[in-house]
Write a new protein. Sequence first.
Length: 683
Amino acid sequence: MTSTPAPLGPVDPTRIQEVLDGRWAHVRRDAREQLGEAKYAPVYGETGAEARERVTRLSRELAATGRVGLGFPREYGGQDDAGGSVTSIEMLAFGDLSLMVKAGVQWGLFGGAVQALGTKRQHDVYLRDIMSFDLPGCFAMTETGHGSDVQQLRTTCTYDPATQTFDLHTPHQAARKDYIGNAAKDGRMAVVFAQLITQGAGHGVHAFLVPIRDADGSPAAGVTIGDDGPKAGLNGVDNGRLSFDHVRVPRDMLLDRYGQVAEDGTYTSSIENETRRFFTMLGTLVRGRVSVGGSAGSATKLALEIAVRYGDTRRQFAAPGGDREIVINDYLVHQRKLLPALAKTYALHFAQEELVSTMHDVQGVEDVDEAAQRELESRAAGLKAANTWHATQTIQLAREACGGAGYLAENRLPALKADTDVFTTFEGDNTVLLQLVAKGLLTGYRDAFGSLDGWGRAQFVADQVRETVLERTAARGLIQRLVDAVPGRGEEVPFTDRGWQLAAFEDREKHTLDGAIKRLRKGAARKDITPFDIFNDVQDHVLATAQAHIDRIVLEGFVAGIERATDPAAKALLGKVCDLYALTTIEAHKGWFLEHGRLTPTRAKALTGSVNDLLKELRPHLRTLVDAFAIPAAWLNCAIVAEEPGRQEVMAAHDAELQAAGRGAETGTDDATATSLEVAPAQ
Ligand SMILES: Cc1cc2nc3c(=O)[nH]c(=O)nc-3n(C[C@H](O)[C@H](O)[C@H](O)COP(=O)(O)OP(=O)(O)OC[C@H]3O[C@@H](n4cnc5c(N)ncnc54)[C@H](O)[C@@H]3O)c2cc1C
């Protein structure tokens, strides 16, 4: 299928918006209409204490709207709508990101852990108070010494049958809980992750509900609470430290859905293997990771809307003989910045939407399918990494695209940068998440990797011929049809052939994966190298595989999303944006495609020309593409955008002045000095 050759006509942004809004359009609409007000937008220039106070107050107000209950069970006043709850967090991220994170901690992490890891007895006691924010809480997993490798946490929780309590203890400084949201000021209870020990045996990390403050706000007996202090951003969130000095925790405070301790201390679990049990527990908490990816997407959209709207009115330099200075969005290199970032934002939006839908369906049943759950976790990890890295890059790019104005707090971008920076780290460090994706891709080899000791190594080496099969996204049938319909693989296939694009992405993933497996197998065949070194020597290759995989599922998500468009003009525009995402991704990996003979040098050069042609075609639609995000004006909270009409008048008056003075654009090259003086950057 080639994209429409006819030039793009005008497109109604609301027709694109309806495609973007997708399955949870009603949640997005509700958020825009009911929450899209100034009080949920960020405030600049507050002290840390003021920011924390305001965000706590807003959290209470948000709870009172009843919207935070979407993901909780109906019997406690919720709506059993996991997809809706993630979408509502994503919408909240258009406003103050501290509020979004605080909400994520309270209702996603803390509430989510009680819901997923606890049982009815605990739900009955706590869920209503958690939803109403009467019980502010924390999710205390990370320790100063262990953030990524949480299976190695050092906090212990040892059962004592004589008192029928656990003894929760922080054995040393590195075992204290660190960076914990809601800990420094508001949290009254925490879900604390610790090594469970009973009858002298360890059973791995489990979660315990632990009161950390009394009703009057002072630390509970044996609990030491510290404050992480000023951070790079998210100043409205009270991150802190928790240490436990032999704190007594009643037996029924173990969140015991996956592991139970009887009165006499006997341990039982339906999952025998400790590692499997731990990862099953973590897997139930995937919602937090999915929310961070979606929220990063919202921040990216905001930044792009600001940059695009600024670029449509900002003028710098005049063309020789031209009668006005040029609008910066008309410069090719400016389009080179904004449009590929916008195209990737669209691509990630559709992939994220598909992920949320899958999460909702996979986790919404009584007996969760294990393979589907594993696939969900891998996709959540990959898209969290892709979305948050894209946010960090794009917000910086948008900041620069707004020049000096982009650096002012009143123009929102500095706070967006500071607040989203840590998204690449929390809910899983991105590099570590890519390794998780890669391990999932080594399907069929995973078990051998799991224990690459003598036996695993032998089996891995013996396993010579196994076809690499790519796991398909939801639009499996459509994608396969498009790939099968490619008219050959040669020079003659147009770059805009969707099947060719999909095949190129698949090819990169498959080849990179095959190469990584070959290298791992080679390492496994050697006797003089440890399992650690086998993996470590190939780590970069393995991560490149994960990256190629994510790029492919994102493209497939986009292709599937376009299918939902019913308006032909909207569909044609989305098709072009998809072309741009596909071609700029291939362009970014030109080196690989050339090295592996997938592109000839001539075709690689032609690719750049095709991208530039697309930029020209899409330029008139820049504004439409950001308007389609339908971000409420009150949430944009950006002076250069709010002043837009005024700014246009100022610019027009400025132009008129220049013309009256016989200077400016019509002065052409002769007056280049005057023009360049006018535009000389402020120091
Ligand atoms: C603002 C903020 C809020 C937070 N909120 C919470 C919360 O509410 N509750 C909670 O439990 N935690 C919270 N965290 C903790 C967060 O989840 C951890 O910081 C995160 O998981 C990373 O762990 P780490 O800091 O120990 O980094 P590390 O794991 O030490 O990572 C440091 C670097 O080492 C690299 N690295 C690590 N392992 C490998 C490897 N195997 N191969 C290659 N490279 C590797 C990483 O890529 C990274 O670049 C929060 C953190 C912050 C900053």
